[in-house]
Design a protein. Structure first.
Length: 396
């Protein structure tokens, strides 16, 4: 009986192709909007999350905001002692910075220099394309060596492979020993925002020799948490700073996991919001289905009367019209998903991205569309099932 009802529903829909298409248009637009919008948000969220995770989800950054709040300043010895004194800290590195005048024979620009130690490369996930990063002997001997990012190397030397070249920083000669991989930097959006200008990395012991440098006190440092226990590491660092009489407003601690969690909350909220807006189109489509089904009931009143006169039960009549309404919804949903896939492929080609359809959203769209067909098809189906045969046969 169900198979026969489906066949009759499809036959009825084929008999009025234009009307059927216009009826399904609301469902098509609703499903298209829902799938495309949520899939784009999900794809963008995954891209941003991958970029953040590429920086290392174990990384914890600490900034001292008020240097005058305590007499117990952090020194390089304190930073080196963190892995041994704090259970959930694996490695640690200072990150002191200043802006100096950088120059070569061909260029002169302001350069942001960062004084740090070898572990900084591991914590920040920096990749060296040419040469090497800072090593322990460079710090011990206060060697005047510098590691450049690719943008800085191109600006000052006209090429990335500039190992062995001399660069003046505030009048002091520094030998270039390494150049960072530009591809890694391009994939690291947060690092790009933090390193918008020209950047260079020097040994911490060389940095503190610059005029106007922050001396031996550490205002910024970063650590790698053990086995991803960034929250535990944050707690330990907070307790350490409080024990040195820093108040909670004088320092700021954050980790990559916090950024990832915040991004997840934002994208989830945005997905729900956009999904709700798109769902309105599905409800409008459902009203269209109810309208056209009521018209269909009116047009087929005599047919209903004849079927009832020869023994068709009300449940059979109800099922036939209900299946017809659900069929409209499901077919519209399939067309909407197909158009969504085409739209996503066009976006991937134009934007040079790799977004894909969100399978959970497709499933939700199918369920929601079927529900719309059932809900808005119940009244017309019930109206048809309640018709009296004699009244239906008299209808003209």
């Amino acid at each position: 009986m169900i198979i026969q009802s489906i066949k009759m529903a499809l036959k009825s829909l084929r008999s009025n192709k234009l009307r059927t298409f216009l009826t399904m248009l609301g469902i098509i637009i609703g499903v298209f909007s829902l799938v495309v919008l949520v899939s784009l948000v999900s794809g963008a969220s995954d891209t941003i999350t991958d970029s953040i995770n590429s920086m290392g989800i174990d990384k914890v950054n600490v900034s001292i905001l008020d240097r005058g709040s305590t007499s117990k300043k952090l020194t390089i010895a304190d930073i080196k002692a963190l892995p041994g004194s704090l259970q959930n800290v694996g490695i640690a590195a200072p990150e002191v910075n200043s802006v100096v005048a950088g120059s070569t024979k061909t260029s002169s620009r302001a350069v942001s220099i960062y004084g740090t130690t070898p572990d900084y490369q591991t914590i920040q996930g920096l990749k060296v394309k040419y040469g090497r990063f800072i090593m322990a002997p460079d710090c011990t001997n206060s060697t005047n060596v510098v590691v450049l990012d690719s943008k800085t190397a191109m600006e000052f030397f006209g090429r990335e492979d500039c190992i062995g070249e001399i660069m003046n920083l505030d009048g002091r000669r520094f030998e270039v020993i390494g150049v960072l991989d530009s591809g890694e930097q391009q994939g690291n959006m947060l690092a790009l925002l933090m390193r918008a200008g020209y950047s260079a990395y020097v040994p911490y012991d060389s940095f503190i020799r610059f005029p106007g440098a922050a001396g031996v006190n550490i205002d910024n440092f970063c650590v790698n948490a053990v086995h991803g226990k960034s929250r535990e590491a944050q707690k330990e660092i907070k307790e350490l700073l409080l024990s040195r009489h820093y108040d909670e407003e004088s320092f700021f601690i954050f980790s990559q996991s916090e950024i990832t969690d915040a991004m997840g909350k934002v994208t989830s909220t945005l997905s729900v919001l956009l999904g709700g807006i798109a769902a309105i189109s599905l409800l409008v489509g459902g009203i269209g289905i109810m309208n056209i089904m009521l018209v269909s009931v009116t047009e087929r009143t005599r047919e209903i009367g004849i079927r009832k006169a020869i023994g068709a039960r009300p449940g059979v009549i109800r099922l036939q019209f209900l299946i017809e309404a659900v069929t409209l919804s499901i077919v519209g949903c399939l067309i909407g998903v197909g158009l969504s896939w085409i739209a996503i492929q066009i976006i991937n080609i134009i934007g040079n991205v790799s977004f894909g359809l969100s399978v959970p959203v497709i499933i939700v769209s199918a369920i929601f569309s079927s529900g719309v067909g059932i809900i808005f098809g119940l009244y017309p189906a019930h109206k048809a099932a309640r018709m009296k045969p004699i009244d239906a046969l008299r209808f003209s």
